[in-house]
Design a protein around this ligand. Structure first.
Ligand SMILES: [Fe+2]
Ligand SMILES: [Fe+2]
Length: 360
């Protein structure tokens, strides 16, 4: 499709094309007229947009269709770009001949390589019944297909196609470092916990209309879903040691660390603490780099980003900061070393907190 990519627009540009709509809301302005704030996305970025002087009928049409064909102009509003939509036409996926996933940012890593890394680590789990439990969960109908595309979050970190798998493999590598450093940790529990902790995000988040919470995601969330899946799988596996099962359930249940972040329990075992901290480390560092990529400060710009909900500060981006892939990741076009070149093209969307989105 020949249209300007959203990561290349600047204030004053005119813009036309088809974009994926996310987060459209019908609101009433002070003059009593309806307006619709929303986010327009392509695979390079998500940019805030607004349709002034709208109507309930127009909102219903937008709500029913994933795409919008628009003519608009780009303005700067409170330090950020905003698209003012002059004309719009809601477009269904079949009319556009498009799938929402084509409009979403994507991991720079090679999915097959990530899957192979994951499979190798599953095979390395020595406790046979624990390994069978992990395998039983990964064999849930449709889960492996979903895992190839799921993001790890709606907007905070790894918020792109394949982001969940990338996050899992990143944590598997961190878990190995941690287990080498603290050899008394139970590697099987930690590795299984890493694989399972966010696995239910495959059900919690859908990608058909941007990254959105499914009904199960809204009503239960990935921690409760995963604890249910573990319970179900443990009945199939049968001979799993009761204390091992309890530890795995606890590692998953407590990985957000705080009750206010959705964990029913705080970490109470060494492996649960280890998972919580490496999960937090990966989420925060990748979230920081996503903020940097989104802010794209030029040589004359302030090095402070806007306040980030995830970090609870205004991040500072030093002048010598450059995006580098996490070490050990292989992509078709890069070596696995830390000196590999930065990401190109498919950057994540501009990051703002979504409803209920948590920093893990
Ligand atoms: Fe989580
Ligand atoms: Fe996680």
């Amino acid at each position: 499709m020949d249209q300007r990519s959203l990561d290349s627009i600047t204030s004053g540009d005119r813009l036309e094309g088809i974009f994926l709509v996310a987060g459209a809301n019908l609101k009433t302005a002070r003059n009593g007229k309806f307006f619709i704030p929303m986010t327009l996305r392509d695979h390079t970025a998500g940019v805030k947009a607004v349709r002034w002087e709208s109507s309930q009928e127009e909102f219903r049409e937008i709500d029913r269709n994933p795409f919008l064909r628009i003519h608009g102009r780009v303005e700067e509003y409170q330090g950020n770009l905003q698209i003012i939509i002059d004309t719009l036409e809601p477009v269904s996926a079949s009319e556009a001949g498009l799938q929402a996933a084509e409009f979403l940012p994507r991991t720079p890593c090679d999915i097959e390589t990530l899957e192979r890394d994951l499979e190798q680590r599953i095979v390395s789990i020595k406790n046979e019944s624990l390994r069978s439990l992990v395998v039983a969960i990964l064999e849930r109908p449709g889960l492996r297909d979903q895992l190839r595309v799921s993001p790890a979050g709606k907007s905070m970190h790894h918020a792109y196609i394949g982001g969940l798998l990338e996050h899992m493999v990143s944590l598997l590598k961190l878990a190995d470092f941690v287990c080498d450093h603290y050899p008394w940790l139970d590697r099987d529990i930690l590795i299984s916990g890493v694989i399972l902790h966010d696995i239910a995000k495959t059900t919690e988040l859908g990608i058909d209309n941007g990254f959105n919470y499914t009904d199960e995601g809204q009503l239960l969330g990935h921690i409760v879903l995963c604890c249910n899946w573990i319970d179900e799988a443990s009945r199939k596996v049968g001979d799993i040691d009761r204390e091992v099962l309890l530890q795995i359930q606890h590692v998953v249940a407590s990985h957000h660390g705080q009750l206010e972040f959705g964990s029913p329990k705080k970490p109470m075992t060494a492996e649960a603490l280890a998972l919580h901290y490496i999960d937090n480390l990966d989420a925060k560092l990748m979230g920081y780099m996503e903020l940097f990529r989104s802010a794209k400060p030029g040589p004359e710009d302030s090095r402070f980003g806007s306040h980030a909900y995830m970090l609870d500060v205004r991040p500072y981006f030093p002048r010598n900061l450059d995006y580098q892939r996490p070490p050990g990741f292989t992509t078709p076009s890069s070596s696995p070393s830390r000196s590999s070149e930065g990401r190109d093209g498919t950057g994540p969307a501009k990051v703002t907190p979504g409803d209920g989105d948590l920093p893990f």
